[in-house]
Design a protein around this ligand. Structure first.
Ligand SMILES: [Zn+2]
Length: 222
């Protein structure tokens, strides 16, 4: 994980000085931030910006809070996290890549510049990944883990993939079952359970509906 620091000490002193000079110098500081920020974010400046909920930094960086695994905009109304719990990222995508979920209060995933199209695609991808790790998860919990409402998730998946969340989960279960059927000799009951189905009956019904044949037929002639 990339930690942010300006390596040139002289630049850092200059930035801190400008920062501590307060509002009148803020514009100069911000200009310096943009200029040097292209190379690396400065953790001191970033932390000061989130402490003051400085609007001029909004969209310029994001703060990931290690204790909650949530990331925020600099202007988030939530209580300022402890300095040692903060990690700073230049983009929302970078924070998400590092495993942080968007905050529900300041919605860093909806900051201008992150187009809603990109946000939907990312959400769909994250939903698929999460389902790949937990095929038993309930739809409400899935949405909560992704930091969105189930209604928002439903709409995003519909726009992006043309499926409901439940259907996406079913697809994930059936594709895992197909893998296990062809790559292992596990009995069907074990495969049903391992791929996330609650019962053998449901497994058979879902499989037949999607694949047009039963799991045992697939195993006989893959
Ligand atoms: Zn927030």
């Amino acid at each position: 994980m990339e930690f942010c620091s300006v390596q040139n000490a002289r630049v850092q002193r200059q930035l801190s000085w400008q920062f501590h000079c307060g509002v009148r110098k803020r514009r100069a500081c911000l200009a310096a931030f943009y200029y040097y920020g292209r190379m690396k974010l400065d953790a001191d400046i970033c932390y000061r910006a989130i402490s003051e909920k400085d609007r001029s930094f909004d969209g310029r960086f994001y703060v990931g809070v290690k204790s909650t695994r949530i990331y925020c905009r600099p202007i988030c109304p939530a209580r300022t996290p402890r300095r040692d719990r903060c990690e700073f990222y230049e983009t929302a995508a970078a924070a998400e890549q590092a495993g942080f979920m968007p905050c529900l209060r300041c919605r860093p995933d909806l900051v201008p510049g992150n187009s809603s199209v990109d946000a939907k695609a990312r959400l769909a991808e994250r939903a698929s990944n999460l389902l790949g790790r937990n095929r038993r998860i309930g739809i409400e919990e899935l949405a909560a883990r992704l930091g969105v409402t189930s209604r928002h998730l439903r709409r995003a998946l519909q726009d992006e993939l043309g499926v409901t969340p439940a259907r996406l989960r079913q697809l994930s279960r059936v594709s895992e079952a197909k893998r296990l059927l062809t790559e292992t000799a596990l009995p069907l009951t074990r495969i049903a359970y391992a791929s996330g189905f609650a019962s053998l009956r449901r497994f058979n019904a879902a499989f037949r509906q999607m694949e047009g044949r039963s799991p045992s037929e697939l195993r006989k002639s893959p």
